[in-house]
Design a protein. Sequence first.
Length: 181
Amino acid sequence: MERKKDEKIDGVIFDMSPSPGYRHGIVNGNIYRIVSNGLKDSLCLVFMENLDFKYHPDINDDYLCPDIMVVCDRKLLKGGAYSGIPRFIVETLSPSTAKRDRADKKDIYEKAGVEEYWIVEPYGKSVEIYYLENGKYVLKENYLLQDDAEEEHDNVDTQITLRGFPHIKIKLKEIFGGIDF
């Protein structure tokens, strides 16, 4: 029997179905592909919407299912879950999860010690990048895609570098590529 996609925060189960819109999947696929290519021949692995993050494995059985998650300590992978500290997480907003992604999940990732957290908004084509500094998230970058070459602030070629993996670079146009067809 296949398990429905859900998350458990402080003992409360949040149903993650139905699946979010196609823009959500396109953005996740774009980021996943680029990060995955950058992690070839590495001990680190990238997962897309298919691995639970058990953020309190010794205390309770709460878990989240990040849209994109990079893990590097393979011995902490067991079944469909990871109980270590991810190096990088992306949450792509959808109307039903936006509040939880920006508040509850952001706080959980911060307390867990996740070094870099991105919040991506596929409809508004924006990326917020938080870095963990002294145990707290600090918003370091905030991009809003401006893809009109006639405009002064055209930024489609703006390149974002993953802090923990500086060899992995993603252009804004690559993150949002394929959304408008």
